[in-house]
Ligand binder design. Structure first.
Ligand SMILES: Cc1ncc(COP(=O)(O)O)c(C=O)c1O
Length: 380
């Protein structure tokens, strides 16, 4: 049996980890109850989770699925995005953002980011629109809502679908409106590094019933009930979330507000205590509530990031890159051969000099101050 306190069996026990799921014994007990019941899929917790998230965001419908990637994949399929279409995405994100565009046979069109906030540059979004553009898919990077009002207006002007990749942003807001409630459709991830986790898992939300109905069919083999009889309406996937996973996520979703408040305290501790002249801490624009899924700082070019990561590791602190400059990674560089230095300087800079620091509800405020002190102590 795994001893969670044994640093060899469980490496995150030995240091301040980048992130650690905040699972209470009562959450685990709820998941165990589902396991004991024998009803492992399509039980009550998937429905409870979906209803809870819809109420939280003020959207009509939520569909729970197997991962954040599955959520984005189904969102694009539901919108009937396919070969010949283009989807505008930020050049700096986790690769899944672009991969799902490839998976439906469409072409990702990359747009550079702004270094304040690491989100897609709204003015450049409009410049990237062509007659083949079908959708704009901005990311709320690290839990900060992008310039969604501006981007939404562009989408509306050009009659394009707006797909929010809100993988990291459950609980984030702009002008009091929750991330995930702006788009034609939006997606969240329930991966263990996210604010709510089910292990693997994802959520698709929308006010458009036609879209959520398609997601419902596509996540479950195309199965549709017609007049009480089972039919197969399309060739679907098995992208369902299990009920014991949903039970874990539901338990955490119920205390989201206090978890977000604690994350904000950790972020404030970092902001007040990181004073290294070569480190820029994130700022939050007026009107935004950051969900602080990740605390991501930017290092001056003079800093060798791997040296800093080793320094922190030697002091018991895990840190690492936050996301990728997607057009610069293997598959995308080979397929599109873009001049990334010229076209995506900010995305490249963020991918090379960005650093994610530990942040999760299982961390103490003193630990955040300790991490900041070790960072401040770094010398070139
Ligand atoms: C911005 C973004 N989009 C999509 C995903 C994919 O989510 P998942 O890992 O649940 O498939 C992630 C996960 O890290 C992400 O950060």
């Amino acid at each position: 049996m795994l001893d969670v306190r044994d640093p060899v069996a469980n490496p995150i026990a030995s240091s301040i980890p980048l992130s650690r799921p905040n699972l209470l014994e009562s959450d685990i007990e709820t998941a165990c109850e589902v396991l004991r019941s024998g009803q492992l899929i399509q039980g009550q917790y998937v429905r409870l989770l979906e209803e809870h998230v819809s109420a939280l965001l003020g959207v009509h419908e939520t569909k729970a699925v197997a991962s954040g990637t599955a959520a984005l994949h189904l969102a694009l399929l539901a919108l009937e995005v396919g070969p010949g279409d283009e989807v505008i995405v930020p050049a700096f994100s986790f690769v899944a953002t672009a991969n799902v565009v490839e998976l439906v046979g469409a072409t990702p069109v990359f747009v550079d980011i702004e270094l304040d906030g690491y989100n897609i540059e709204p003015q450049r979004v409009e410049e990237a629109i062509t007659p083949r553009t079908r959708a704009i898919m901005p990311v709320h990077q690290f839990g900060l809502v992008c310039e969604i009002e501006q981007i939404g207006a562009v989408a509306e002007r050009h009659q394009l679908a707006l797909v929010e990749d809100a993988a990291c942003a459950i609980g984030a807001q702009s002008e009091g409106q929750p991330a995930g409630s702006f788009g034609t459709i939006a997606c969240f991830s329930l991966h263990p590094r996210k604010i709510i986790t089910s292990g693997e898992g994802g959520l698709v939300v929308s006010n458009d019933h036609t879209l959520t109905h398609r997601v419902d069919l596509l996540r479950n083999h195309g199965i549709e009930m017609v007049d009480g009889k089972k039919d197969f309406a399309c060739a679907g996937y098995n992208y369902r979330l299990t009920d014991f996973q949903a039970a874990l996520a539901y338990a955490q979703a119920s205390r989201l507000e206090s978890n977000l408040a604690y994350r904000a305290q950790l972020a404030a501790t970092y902001r007040e205590t990181i004073v290294h002249s070569l480190v820029t801490v994130p700022s939050v624009p007026r009107g935004r509530v950051h969900a602080w899924q990740t605390y991501h700082v930017l290092l001056d070019d003079a800093v060798d990031r791997s040296q800093l990561v080793s320094h922190l590791r030697s002091r018991g602190v895990q840190a690492g890159p936050g996301a990728q400059c997607i057009p610069a990674v293997g598959f995308y560089q080979e397929k599109y051969a873009m001049d990334v230095d010229e076209r995506f300087p900010n995305a490249l800079n963020a991918s090379r000099q960005g650093l994610a620091l530990p942040l999760s509800e299982t961390m103490t405020i003193d630990e955040a101050a300790y991490v900041a002190a070790q960072l401040n102590d770094f010398r070139l």
